[in-house]
Design a binder for this molecule. Structure first.
Ligand code: OSB
Ligand code: MG
Length: 370
């Protein structure tokens, strides 16, 4: 495939409500979109990075910089045959998985659109609609949390994930369990605990949670393995899993029994499929995580959520959970499910007017400059 030009756009979109986690509050989603233009088609990818490097070391301006200075010029010079050749062509550049994923997603979208094949088909997805969960941020008070959860349950979400941190764990979880009874409930600590907190975390066993996500630091696989032996609640890893090889190691060590797949975190949708396959081979359930994506990233994530090993509802929530106006036609929750796009590529295209309105920076890079 001949890549003619690549556009990088920084967008800023207000969230409908501030999203608070143990590492900070996000009120505006600042991220970047990549558009790839070929002789016969065009493709879009979204970057999971945010304004500040709080979830991982990547952040929007850093991702823009590594794309413009290193990844895009190298890709244009590499003259790759298809999207599968992108990761090998960029492998000498260490890290920057969120940035690489956005670029690969755009190339994959362009490639699949040219072939008239949907991303879900290309990934071997088997579902046409997927049950959706919602990730509920930390609130100032428990009544505010109860109100937020009540709204999401009323909207039909199939499971609730509560963000926790030291000082915001047992009481809010107990309150939600008591108020709403037998709902599917899980918690995400975003690496905010220490192994010394293990006895405290074991008290979560009282609440029959589906899982405890990423209690310890990303590089503490041993700590997670020890905790998994000490508590009944299944451990799920997010930040720790950066590749299919890493997933295999974490599973073999007993560091987790469930994995949250975020395509950006593992460097792209093709590696996400490999993580899925490793997990399926070990009977480890997976689910598709989220990074507060616009409709562009959400469409692609729905293809991941539709893969056969994704047996738990993911963080692929409807457009109105995030934005008043999405970049694409809105994804609407029906009966707790979102439909998996069936069109070629990711199956959606950003609305040009909305996109221009939220764009704060844009640049084109062509083969000539590379
Ligand atoms: O840990 O899963 C996480 C959002 C940003 C960064 C990390 C995480 C999250 C979420 C939100 O939990 C998931 C979503 O709805 O996109
Ligand atoms: Mg998480």
């Amino acid at each position: 495939m001949k890549l003619e030009a690549i556009e990088i756009r920084t967008v800023r979109m207000p969230l409908v409500s501030p999203f608070r986690t143990s590492f900070g509050v996000e009120s505006v989603r600042e991220t970047l979109l990549v558009r790839v233009v070929t002789a016969t088609s065009e493709g879009w990818g979204e970057c999971g990075a945010s304004e500040e490097p709080l979830y991982s070391s990547e952040y929007t301006h850093g991702a823009t910089e590594v794309l413009r200075r290193h990844l895009v010029p190298a890709l244009l010079r590499a003259e790759i045959r298809d999207a599968h050749a992108l990761a090998p062509a960029l492998a000498r550049f260490k890290g920057h998985r969120l940035a690489k994923s956005a670029l690969e997603a755009a190339v994959l979208d362009a490639d699949l659109r040219a072939q008239g094949v949907s991303l879900s088909h290309a990934l071997g997805a088997t579902k046409t609609r997927v049950p959706c969960g919602v990730s509920v941020g930390i609130t100032d008070t428990i009544p505010e949390l109860i109100e937020a959860v009540a709204g999401y349950l009323e909207a039909g979400y199939a499971r609730i994930k509560l963000k926790i941190e030291p000082g915001w764990d047992l009481d809010p979880v107990r309150a939600v369990r008591e108020e709403f009874g037998d709902i599917e409930l899980q918690v995400d600590a975003n690496a905010s605990y220490q192994p010394a907190d293990s006895r405290h975390l074991a008290k979560l066993d009282d609440f029959e949670l589906s899982l405890l996500e990423q209690p310890f630091a990303a590089d503490d696989l041993l700590g997670h393995a020890r905790l998994a032996k000490a508590i009944a609640t299944p451990i799920c890893l997010d930040e720790s899993i950066l590749s299919a090889r890493g997933a295999a190691a974490a599973i073999e060590m007993g560091a987790c029994s469930i994995i949250n797949i975020k395509p950006g975190r593992v460097g792209g949708y093709l590696e996400a499929r490999r993580v899925h396959d490793v997990c399926s081979a070990h009977d480890v359930p997976v689910w598709c995580g989220g990074m507060l994506e616009t409709g562009v990233g959400r469409a692609a994530n729905l293809a991941v959520a539709a893969m056969p090993g994704c047996t738990m509802p993911g963080d692929t929530s409807a457009s109105d959970r995030y934005f008043a106006t999405d970049l694409t036609d809105p994804f609407v929750l029906r009966d707790g499910h979102l439909e998996v796009p069936t069109g070629a590529g990711i199956g959606v295209t950003p609305n040009a007017d909305v996109l221009d309105e939220v764009t704060v920076e844009r640049e084109w890079i062509t083969g000539a400059e590379a």
